[in-house]
Design a protein around this ligand. Sequence first.
Ligand code: C2O
Ligand code: CU
Length: 428
Amino acid sequence: HHHEMSADMASMPDHSHASSSAIACEAIVEEDTDAPVKTYELVAARTVLSLGNGKTKAARTFNGTSPGPELRVTEGDKVVVTLKNKDIEDGVTLHWHGINVPCSQDGVAGVSQDAVAPGEQFTYTFVADEPGTYWYHSHQMSSIQARMGLLGSIVVLPKSAGAETEIMDVNAIYQELDSTPLLNGSAEGLTLDGHPGDLVRLRLTNAGNGTLRFRVDGASFQVAAMDGHELNEPGPLRDVEVPVGAGQRYDLLFRIPDSHKVVVRSDSLKNLPITIGEGAVPPESGGKERFSFVDYGSPLAEGQDRKPAADRGFELKLGQSLFVNTINGRSFHEIPPMNVKEGETVRIAIVNEGGGDHPFHIHGHTFRVWSKNGVPLTGSPVYLDTLLTTKGDRFEVTLTADNPGLWMAHCHNLEHASMGMSMMLNYE
Ligand code: C2O
Ligand code: CU
């Protein structure tokens, strides 16, 4: 059957005034668990922010800051977050980007809940069972609210800390507050202490709308994880640009050398370097080779790594012209959902037909990438929740339909999403 719904799209002007909506998710079943509980309160409010460069900006914040508080939990924790809306007129929600929460906790206004009105609150509960770098953002009129500041990081640390305790763990979340680029809320980049020999895990989150290409000057590095998922045997890289699409996370691993600091920068972020350590500034790398996960790292042991037979197949052609963004030539409300049954293996071809980069995000599921432009991946298995596509790309991914509900799938250039490049994944 066909769901009539209104889903968090800025192109739907009457949405915030809807008195009720078709909520498509079943209520969460609270399981008895003795997992440690991590409790947070996030208060959404209008705030005037200072940006660290003497300037101020009208923003929307969580607990008075943008990004909001960095939530750090441990694998297996039960996370309980109460969202309070102080005075955001359009209402607000929390979406846990990349964390496969139950549908009712997914925070999509008009799909999994109504937006939380001023003076009201909503409590999200989920178990953080996959370690990694994730983020949260409002999913009510997201293209506007994320740009105004309603976002933050959530890091799930692995349970077996062990050696990890010796790692300097740095989070850097990029956003465009209105149109001002910020890293961790600063318009001047990040400067961090560090000593020769320190091992650094740099968690890069792109919470903006465009693709960022980062370089690491002063050290060779590894791409340890993408979208929170560790890569198998990631090799050393040097003079290579890492393209981080909007919504994606890359964890980079490097050691601070004796002679100088490490500077991580992006040409599109000239004034926002991440500088770690002491000593001389390293020379800028000349190389412009682009990181590709297609042949990076190593496959798992033989036999464990075969593409599963699919029960269903879909092809999504992402297209963009001046005023309309489409999937298979149609915009949001006209796009038939991907209908799946619980337990099925679903194959999806994601094709970029131009207009720009389209980082495609699927809610509630992690998908595995099998091929790019017909060429199978030969390196590490790659699991993502957001796939960066550039013009002409064709990727084949699979996902396991193991999280029942109604889920959004959309371009994470949120302006493209709001102009139509959004659809649903629907459990029949
Ligand atoms: Cu981070 Cu529906 O998105
Ligand atoms: Cu797009």
